[in-house]
Ligand binder design. Sequence first.
Ligand code: FAD
Length: 448
Amino acid sequence: SEKINGNGSARPLDVAVVGGGIIGVMTAIGLRRRGINAIIYERAQTWHEVSAGFAFTGAARVWMQSIDPALVELLANISQKTDASSSNAYWNGYHPRTVEDALDESKSLLFRTPTNNLSFWGCVRSQFLKGMADMLPEGATVFGKQLLNYVDDEQSGKVVLHFKDGTTAETDVLLGCDGIHSVTRKVLLGADHPASRAGFSHTVTYRTMVPIDVGIKALGEKVATCACNHLGPNADLLVYPVMSGTLLNIAVFAYEEPDFPDPDRMTVQIDRTDIKKLFDGWSPQLADIWKLYPEKVVKWGIYDLEANPPPTYAEGRACLVGDAAHASTPYLGVGACTGVEDALVICTLLESVQQKALSGEALKEGLQDALQTYNAARLDRGRWIHHHSRQMGQMYHWRYGPTGRDPERMKKKLEENWSAVVNYDIFAELSPEVRELAMGGQVAPVGA
Ligand code: FAD
């Protein structure tokens, strides 16, 4: 899948990718395929991702194909694919008074939404990251490099990265793929800028997994063998089977008025009776859900950039990609898919700079222009994602005025949002040449 350098005589661009998460690694793969010398600087000592599941939409896979077709091949080999008939069920978790009523579709099913237009492929995060890492050549990743600061140096014409271990590195461009607590964002905007810190979304989550038979006993076969969300005032309960249907993944999400106790840690250990209190007076199955959790439970604070979105994703020769730019709550479930869009746009724009074979001041200006073009193409999309993801959370918790508790309106809103997620043309704001360079004759997933 090698692409030819636009100009054989130019030296390859050097790009520092700060952060070896899903989006940093994918971006580096795309850059290298375009003949650009991308080096990942990762603070951890080795690859690290959790073995939780996550999914990519069909639209994201089309963009991924253009980043590097090998990415889609990898995903195809390790993922579970939703079929044409798959749907998510949304139940009323609050009103039913008996177990029978709670499981009676005619009384308690709020609505179903088909997931086939999203055409999700779900995989285990750590497996996908490891598979991508294997696609990188030796030396493309340097571990144990925690970025503390960088200087966009006019004199040397380079961006100089400063790491915690006292070492430095020089590069033509810096891409901050360093996630929700991005140091790149802090340096780019200034440590005092409100967007340099992610904000508490005033929602939290409690997660666990149980053997599928335990899940079926607690929630019934109909619920425990497919993707179901139970909605109600100030909380929702999401369940879906994982590990080839042997385990039930359980996630409670809840509104939380007070500020989070420790914003720097994002987690706090609590007693499971806190979950019991959340579902007091709900349907019998939900009122008992706390019993499926261990005595001591981790409560995760959910943070995003909605309250203080970055005013820009680019400054000079540094820019923000993935969660560093637009960290979102998980209610829309497409944070990484949005990072895939960023990755293709930045890879293509940098490829077009490299093709011009610039040097000195012209190279610097070419890079700055490319990053400003990236910013113009991505800023509104990033903001749309975290804004609408928050709305989805409010809707699930019956706190969103325009939908209230009305299942018809909720369904409509959800389908509108999903449609906006997948029917989005990432090249709409860019010149036709950029689209041509990225996609060749391939058709974009718009209208899919
Ligand atoms: P990260 O994954 O956060 O990676 C950042 C990397 O940078 C890490 O490796 C970190 O160690 C490194 N780093 C940080 N600081 C520094 C530093 N100073 N110097 C060097 N390295 C540094 N999205 C979907 O599309 N589909 C889903 O189904 C989905 N499900 C989700 C479920 C949950 C519960 C959550 C919380 C999120 C979900 N998301 C999903 C969102 C998705 O997980 C994120 O959008 C995605 O992981 C972001 O990837 P990233 O590479 O930008 O950042």
